[in-house]
Design a protein around this ligand. Sequence first.
Ligand SMILES: Nc1ncnc2c1ncn2[C@@H]1O[C@H](COP(=O)(O)OP(=O)(O)O)[C@@H](O)[C@H]1O
Ligand SMILES: [Mg+2]
Length: 311
Amino acid sequence: MKKLRLALLAGGVSGEREVSLKGAAGVEKALDPEKYEVVRFDPATDLSLIAARAKDIDVAFILLHGIHGEDGTIQGFLDLLGIPYQGAGVLGSALAMDKNLAKTMYRLHGLPVATWEMASREDIADPARLLAAVELPLVVKPVRQGSSIGMSIVRDAKALGLALAKAFAHDRQVMVEQYIKGREITVGVIGNDRPVALPLVEIIPDSRYEFFDYEAKYQPGATREICPAQVSEETRNKAQEYGLAAHHALQLRGYSRTDMIVSGNDICLLETNTIPGMTPTSLLPQAAAVYGLPFPALLDRLIELALERQG
Ligand SMILES: Nc1ncnc2c1ncn2[C@@H]1O[C@H](COP(=O)(O)OP(=O)(O)O)[C@@H](O)[C@H]1O
Ligand SMILES: [Mg+2]
């Protein structure tokens, strides 16, 4: 069989550049050399090179997170070049990247979300308006970031101004969201026309972390991840149903991973990742392995789904 020429896109310009590069090393190692000829590109410097070599590229694997990777821009670039790629297209990527629009879509589809309010820079000096809209404790988030960058949990009104200023340093759009106390789970989904939900993963950051922040995410051993999550059958079914519904609501394809908080019998959707972490021990790959797709088989499947869309 002829090898597929695969462009592995990693690096990029977002705050998650390092995460991307680390992920790419693992993906490159796991891709079967009998099946793929891998060529690495870094969109931070290589866009014209990708365009020049488009004719020779069978498929791209986008291993970029955040701005200009997960937000639809690189997807549009590849569409124009006629290069298929894994995961969501332009619209789905852009919708999912924007936590405000994603939550609006979830709500339109009847999916449960925590109360939220968009902030403006004026709220930094006088956050009374926000405090009237969302009760303490609350979470301040840049709307289009990942890896918890620029995010804070605010328990005291006095800390809100500073938290807003920090978030605005990372994005022009910032939101405040009701803090939900509960167990954190994430639900992977794989497929195009008939996607399936993977086993749930519960995320338990070490008690020294206030939440699943950047360090808790990437410091080895900082977080315990339990798959399949030890939850009731009812919670499992509901969370899987929500993961699939979020995937549809945001018009995603290929795969996705939706973060949720389980609080008693309620589940609240936080966000959906269209290019979830892809080291062999990342959350979606762990869930896929439990489902029966070890890391190299997961990569094969995602590439197969990327090519299937072309037909
Ligand atoms: N409303 C919330 N209530 C409680 N914890 C939250 C809330 N929103 C976010 N978090 C915590 O912050 C982490 C990151 O938030 P998330 O919305 O998933 O953004 P991202 O992963 O893109 O940075 C979550 O995994 C969770 O630990
Ligand atoms: Mg998240």
